[in-house]
Ligand binder design. Sequence first.
Ligand SMILES: Cc1cc2nc3c(=O)[nH]c(=O)nc-3n(C[C@H](O)[C@H](O)[C@H](O)COP(=O)(O)O)c2cc1C
Length: 468
Amino acid sequence: MRTIVEIEAAARKRLAPAHYDFYAGGADAEETLRANEEAFRRRVLVPRVLRGVSERDLSVQLAGSPLSMPVLVSPTAFHRLAHPEGEVATARAVARAGTVLVVSMGATTAIEDIAAAARAAWTENAAEEDAAARAAAKGEAAAREAAAGEAAVRIAADGEAARGEAAMRAAAKGEAAAREAAAGDGQAARGEAAAREAAAGDGQAAKGEAAARDAAAGGGTAGEAAAGGVTAGAVAVSEGVAAGAPALWFQLYPQPDRGFTEAVLRRVERAGVAALVVTVDSAVYGQRERDHRNGFHDLPPHLAVENMRDHTGRVRDIAMPAALSWADVEWLRAATTLPIFLKGILHPADARRAVRAGVSGLVVSNHGGRQLDSAISTVDALPAVASAVDGAIPLILDGGVRCGTDVVKALALGASAVGIGRPVLWGLAAAGSEGVTEVLERLRSEVDRALALCGAVNPAGLTADLVR
Ligand SMILES: Cc1cc2nc3c(=O)[nH]c(=O)nc-3n(C[C@H](O)[C@H](O)[C@H](O)COP(=O)(O)O)c2cc1C
């Protein structure tokens, strides 16, 4: 499995230079762009040991949306510049990963089409789960053999007897199915069942192992054990669908024309969006030197910012809302029943004000260094914001998150989850939906490993004393 740096290199080769620069670049001298990543490198982990971390759970809930891991996809504009399928490909991968996609107001695909793609992926996952469960109930011998042989050996060879045992118990119960699920995913041509598939893939191993553990403990289906690598991440998604809580959020720049903003709200509500992310760090447009140098100021004519179409069919320009104030936040709260996250909070006094305004959460963000250059890096801003909010509402951090230990550092310092922006664009440009899956599954396995090595079994177990 490729590193995110390698995926970025692959994306760069495929993208037009001006489009690569649009994605990669930041404002002015790009100091904040660099600072976001450097601030993670400056911090080190001080892990705890001997804490019994064999049963780990990465899932979190944010404003009623289930996430299979504490990583969501931050809103980024113009996905169809990266890949012809654009946001549809992204939505499919994010839904399969069981986490939240925040659709940008600058998306190049209509929200209805993005929601349909996400739902289709959720349904597909649910069907895979069902098929796996049915096959498991029949107790397919082939899978049992495969699980007992291949998977157990593979897992045990990993040096962790407990996990090997779990796999063998899972196998002995006759938990088949993964073969089917894995084959359905177009991966496993051979008749060696599921657990092997789950354990074999670098990034999938953690999920497969976890599923095998669940099943061995009697808490999971055979299908989960066998097909863990393919379907474990889907559990939250199918529950989300059942509960009517699709994991799709929408990012809004409130427009000066409140009538149009209301029309957008009604449209995204109808599409089944579960929360709003209101970007408040963009009173005016940041100065992006790379775009000026490249003369990149607009989308090519065959693409449009589809969610800015008004009732006449005309696509409006997104206005940067210079007049935006707390009064608009009050107005938005009255205009929709959706949970509202404010994105772009860095100052603790604004965080306290936001709690008083009754919002559902904050995104500690500097827009990936694309707005105010020289702004504080997000992981440097996080501790003061976390202390100001004091647990009243959840915090999401984005900016410079590139690996599992970055995620663990942000969670330890007070975030409930992190957002990633550019890494998803790199995955999309490099390999479409599968590239996004590669990025998300790599991060999942890295977070799981970092969690275990820090002595924690879930995100809540990460505390500030683990970071220096
Ligand atoms: C190409 C690009 C487009 C973006 N478009 C938006 C947007 O439309 N709305 C928004 O709130 N943030 C936007 N952002 C900011 C991201 O939501 C996020 O804050 C940032 O990318 C996080 O940093 P990272 O890229 O280092 O992960 C954009 C970022 C990039 C790189």
